[in-house]
Ligand binder design. Structure first.
Ligand code: PLP
Length: 373
């Protein structure tokens, strides 16, 4: 059976180790902040090449806690892409900050650096690049801009964990480890997913790490001493135990995604109606999604044609953020042409670590036959 994400087959391959790890946590009764959480934290710090990982309850909380720890205040402007998952802008609005929605690059779907620069005002405090679909935003240019204007950079790394980015001087860094704070999600379908909800923040800065920990733990700096108004956001030990098993396999899982993407690319290279994902030479695409742009043709008809053959496909994302009722107040003035165009023309195919040759063949021949029927 072809699924957008096949967590069942993946689990079958690691069942013994997962089951043992989960049962160990239950036997230990260290359900909250147990050794599994501490061990996972240390392992993720090593993997990401950062001084601090602060686990939390989900990726949305990670973004919110990041904004709170940076001391952003109502009226402050935070620049985000208009073509992203809602969580990125939601937490900004929730805190009374102003999300400034800017257009994206038509090839990478990531925030346009030129448009970020044009959107900077004296009230701008931060930029939130989203490494959309698994490929790093143009971090070298964004970090330079942020430094010039004294802005914070919070990376939304929910879709790109395991990816990296190479600077022009040859330095290579993991996505999520380049800005002031990196935020990620362990939602089950993400590249590193647990079996429930989970998230984490990363930083190199010792003081910031302490603030992030404090905000995530009721603003507490000492037991029963609350320095700031915080939240309660924890990664539970059972999820951490599962993540330890899967972190060891993250590179292997991402390599499997890349092989599936290579197969799709080759199959669609000669289909003029399709634009395959554009890979940047200085970024490793980890294909959270494999997203095609339809240059021509009826997207709904393609999706139905695939559905009739039991092949799922999804539209990420069908509506620009500023056209959502909840975000109408943040209409950027005029339309953002690339975001509009992408919302009309993108379609994502099944993508996960367990796709086999027969499934890839079935998916690609169905797509090809739609165009050549
Ligand atoms: C999944 C996701 C989030 C939110 O993560 P949750 O764990 O679901 O809260 C934030 N940003 C992006 C880009 C995401 O894909």
């Amino acid at each position: 059976m072809i699924r957008m994400v096949d967590l069942k087959t993946q689990y079958e391959h690691i069942r013994e180790e997962i089951d043992r790890s989960v049962l160990d946590v239950i036997a230990s009764t260290e359900f909250i902040n147990g050794s599994a959480v501490k061990n996972f934290q240390a392992e993720l710090e090593a993997y990401q090449g950062v001084a601090h990982v602060i686990p939390c309850a989900n990726g949305t909380d990670a973004l919110q806690i990041a904004m709170m720890a940076l001391g952003l205040r109502p009226g402050d402007e935070v620049i985000v892409p208009a073509f992203t998952y809602v969580a990125t802008a939601e937490v900004i609005a929730l805190l009374g900050l102003t999300p400034v929605l800017v257009d994206v690059d038509p090839d990478t779907f990531n925030i346009s650096v030129d448009l970020v620069e044009a959107a900077i005002t004296p009230r701008t405090k931060a930029i939130v690049p989203v490494h959309l679909f698994g490929q790093s935003a143009d971090m070298e240019a964004l970090l330079a801009l942020a430094q010039e204007h004294n802005l914070f950079v919070i990376e939304d790394n929910a879709q790109a964990i395991g990816g990296d980015y190479t600077f022009s001087n040859g330095t290579r860094k993991k996505t999520g480890s380049m800005g002031h704070i990196g935020c990620t999600s362990f939602f089950p379908s993400k590249n590193l997913g647990c079996y429930g909800d989970g998230g984490a923040m990363t930083t190199h800065d010792d003081d910031l790490a302490q603030r992030l920990r404090m905000v995530a733990n009721h603003g507490q700096n000492r037991l029963y001493h609350h320095a700031v108004v915080g939240v309660n956001s924890r990664l539970d030990s059972i999820q951490a135990a599962i993540l330890r098993v899967k972190l060891k396999r993250l590179d292997q899982y991402n390599a499997a995604r890349q092989r599936a993407a290579d197969y799709y690319d080759a199959a669609f290279a000669d289909v003029p109606q399709l634009k395959t994902p554009v890979r940047q030479p200085n970024a490793t695409h980890v294909f959270h999604q494999y997203t095609l742009v339809l240059r021509d043709g009826d997207r709904d008809a393609l999706r139905q044609y695939l559905a009739d053959r039991e092949i799922p496909a999804m539209i990420y994302y069908p509506i620009p953020l500023y056209k959502q009722e909840a975000f109408a107040a943040y209409w950027p003035g005029g339309q953002l042409p690339v975001t509009e165009q992408l919302c009309r023309s993108v379609i994502s195919l099944p993508m996960h670590s367990e796709l086999d040759a027969a499934q890839l063949e079935q998916i690609t021949s169905a797509v090809q036959s739609f165009f050549y029927k």
